[in-house]
Each structure stands twice: as C-alpha cells, then as structure tokens.
Design a protein around this ligand. Sequence first.
Ligand SMILES: [Zn+2]
Length: 272
Amino acid sequence: MAANDDAYLKKLCDQRPWPPHRALWQMAYTNYRSHKGNPWHVARTNFIPDVSKQQTDLYESRSSSQWFVKIRRMQLKSCPMCGSSVTGTVDHYLPKEDFPEFSVMAANLVPACSHCNSGKKGRTFRGVTPNERFLHPYFDTLAGKPLWLTRIIPPYEAAQFKAAPLPGLSANNSELVNFHLRHVLGTQFDRNAENLWATYPQYLRDEVGGSAPVSPAARARKEVASSLRTSISTSGANSWNASFFRGLLEDDGARKYLARAARTLTATPLPL
Ligand SMILES: [Zn+2]
C-alpha cells in the first residue's frame, strides 16, 4: 500500500498545481505511516500557498477511479469500523476536512459501512486523552482480535443493550475500544440487538425441536455458544452478532430468560 500511495502521489505531482508541493506532501505521507495514522502524533501539514481546498476536492473528483473502487469492493465479512453487516463505502480515518493532505491516501481510506459514513462519527477523530482515538483497521494489530461484547441490561421484558470492551483488555486498549464503540455505534446497532433478542427464543425452540422441553441452562448455553461460533465465522470476531452472542454467553440471567421464553413457544413447522 505504501509503494502504491507514493507512486500515486508522484504521478499526481506531475500535474499542476502540485509540482511545488511534492516534497512536503511526500513527507506528510511518510509521517502518517510512521505514526500509523495516530491523530495524537500526526499533525496537519500547512502547504504554502494554501491548497487545502484543492486537496480535499481531489477525493470527490477521483472517487470513481479504480483506486477507490477497489477499496469499496474489498471482500469483508462485516464493516471493519463498526461491525455491522453492511459494507461497501469508504471512510477517511483522519477526516479530509481536517487533514486534506490525506484525502486520497489509500492508507487513510478505510472500508466502512453506510452507518459509519453517515453516523455520529462525523468529523470526530480523537477524544481528550491519548488513548481516545479510533482503531485503525490497517495499523492496529488489535483490530483482528475479539474486542467487545454486548451487555444486556434488564428488565429483560424491555431489555436494553450496551456495547462494552471485553474484560481482560489492558486499561489503554479498553479506553481505546470504549471510545471507538461510543463513536461508531448508532441506533442501527440497538435495532439489530433488539431483533436478535426478540427472535432468539424461537430459534432456541426450533433447534431443540419437536415437543421436547427446552431444558434450562445447559442446552441454551450450548446453543448460544454455537451461535457465537457461527457469527464469528460468517461475520467476523467483532461483528454486531458475535458481540451479541458473546455477551449472552456471559450472562446466565439473560440466557435463562430466553430459555423460559422459548418453552412457551411451539416449533416452527418445517416447510413441505
Ligand atoms: Zn460501520
């Protein structure tokens, strides 16, 4: 990616008005990579004369080029920023309005979903302490590991859902993940969790099948563990669904409530 970025910049800087800015711009790229895009270490570069508007506009004028289409079409199990099942758009890790020099740098263009792109993240790129920033899907090695779960907040009849960092992360990583979750998850995340919560009793009923009672605890736990495995393999370790079942697996009370609810249902008849 670095070689491609530099080659693209070199080509771009053959055209007006960019030739005089090439050296400084290349330095900004190198600096971005050496600090892994971290907004607490990458400072905005001021070009003289000011070309920030032209740099920001480069993104729009080139967004249909092969270069960007490739990022949008990356094969992903879920959105690498928020974990939703939607993919197909591109987000600027450092917003192009604040860092126009990175508006067409591939390392700064992360695949994301429409929720992320239109959501509450907006132009936020960091918080108030050095651990408060977004996870960078390309540079944070942490991003490949399970990082969070969904806590189910009683009363279960009107359960609410709260995303939380996995217990066991270091204090620094926990702060990072917490900031990330607070700024990428919107109402669609809640709707998804509500939907899983509402439909899971029927799933439990159907998996147990026939007229056998849904035995408490043990059977429900096994089914939840299996749903978690399936979610991880089909949607990824930090997908909304994996986070939901990870939370449910840790929550005896919530699981028992769902198993009780399943007992009152009849199995969905198999289609003929
Ligand atoms: Zn997203």
